[in-house]
Write a protein that binds this ligand. Structure first.
Ligand SMILES: [Fe+2]
Ligand SMILES: [Fe+2]
Length: 396
């Protein structure tokens, strides 16, 4: 049984939430509070797995409340229930929530978000990963701008200008987007300075994925460490995403799967930055251990944290409700044999791209897995694609 605290000034809504959860097969026990002050008093005397708050309330606002919850009770999952116009404000000003549920919402949206949180907990059967998640100083917030872009892309009136306008509201994302557009990987060395041109050039699906990774990346602050550079990691993510996309295209995959592979490529190692940001001393210890014992970083992470960057990031992306193929590809990018997927999938493309696009990862290719899913024969073709993309990068 998990405990949720709803904070909502509208009495009808409050009763609705409580009634909904009372029928929820005993997974959730709901408590309601009419305002932020009451919520903080309740939090002092009991523990809640989830705090879900309305945005606009008299007295303490939803953002102020969740910022306080983040500080005082970092292990609670924070949900904001808010209108789309508020989300932009929340995204630009504060970094306090794990999940946005846009209002007005149907109860089933809230229920499916809670079911997701519940099932993620089951996914965290691994006690060590569970305790690592609990020890994180903070888990990155849901990128609200990403949600705005998704909405815009789906709208019949969407245009490159409106999407560029959304991106331009966030200087961190804009800078990263322009850097990517002008990077050798896209072959445009330094010629684009306007977000609208960048969007036009990258295409909407790449913009969507890049917004997501750029926002996670720019929300985290790592101190400099030996053998770890967030900038180099960003380069690795980009190379891997590009190669995974090419592999998917080569295999004739559907567009949506190909996009998932690109997104997973951009996100697969974000767990490393999350660890470097939240638990820097231990992450540095893992880096040193990897170097001293000549073992892959993920093995050193298991020794130090009991879990890896892959599991940690997959947990976060699951919480955010990213599509399952992306979460799977992130979770198992080093250990595809542990996944239930027994055929070629975005996970295969990420696993292979990760091993082929960086020398450090070369030893990580699992040939047995490729054989089991009947993909080993394709490896030479994928290697050729990897070489070709390296040459293209070098030429630019
Ligand atoms: Fe990795
Ligand atoms: Fe990687």
């Amino acid at each position: 049984m998990k405990r949720i605290l709803f904070v909502e000034d509208n009495e009808v809504m409050r009763e609705l939430y409580a009634a909904m959860l009372s029928r929820d097969e005993d997974h959730w026990e709901a408590t309601v509070a009419p305002d932020g002050e009451t919520a903080l008093t309740l939090l002092q005397s009991s523990t809640f797995d989830v705090v879900a708050s309305d945005m606009q309330m008299p007295g303490i606002s939803g953002i102020e409340l969740l910022t306080e919850v983040r500080k005082l009770y970092p292990h609670s999952t924070r949900i904001i229930l808010s209108g789309i116009s508020d989300q932009a404000e929340a995204a630009n000003s504060l970094n306090c929530t794990h999940l946005f549920i846009p209002k007005p919402f149907e109860l089933k949206t809230l229920k499916s978000a809670l079911a997701r949180i519940y099932s993620l907990d089951a996914y965290l059967k691994d006690e060590k990963l569970r305790s690592l998640v609990g020890r994180m100083r903070t888990l990155p917030s849901f990128p609200a701008i990403y949600l705005e872009i998704l909405k815009e892309i789906d709208s019949p009136n969407s245009s490159i200008e409106t999407i560029a306008h959304i991106i331009a509201k966030d200087p961190g994302i804009t800078a990263k987007m322009l850097q990517v557009t002008n990077s050798a990987a896209f072959g445009l060395a330094g010629s684009i300075s306007d977000p609208a041109h960048a969007v036009q050039h990258l295409g909407l699906s790449a913009v969507r994925s890049l917004t997501l990774s750029a926002q996670v990346y720019s929300s985290l602050n790592c101190r400099p460490m030996q053998n770890f550079s967030p900038d180099d990691l960003w380069g690795h993510l980009l190379r891997c995403a590009n190669l995974a996309r090419r592999i998917m295209v080569c295999e004739g995959s559907e567009t949506s799967e190909t996009e998932d592979a690109f997104t997973a490529g951009m996100l697969h190692d974000m767990g490393e930055i999350m660890l470097a940001d939240s638990l820097p001393d231990e992450f540095e210890q893992a880096l040193k251990l990897a170097e001293r014992e000549k073992i892959p970083l993920r093995e050193a992470e298991i020794k130090v944290f009991g879990a890896t960057h892959a599991g940690l990031a997959a947990y976060l992306f699951g919480l955010w409700g990213l599509p399952a193929p992306i979460v799977e590809a992130v979770a198992f990018h080093h250990t595809p044999e542990k996944s239930d997927l027994k055929q070629f999938s975005p996970l295969t493309a990420i696993h292979v791209a990760n091993a082929l696009c960086d020398e450090d990862e070369a030893g990580n290719l699992n040939l047995d897995y490729l054989k089991k899913i009947g993909a080993l024969d394709q490896l030479d073709v994928w290697k050729a694609i990897a070489v070709e993309s390296q040459i293209e990068l070098a030429d630019n």
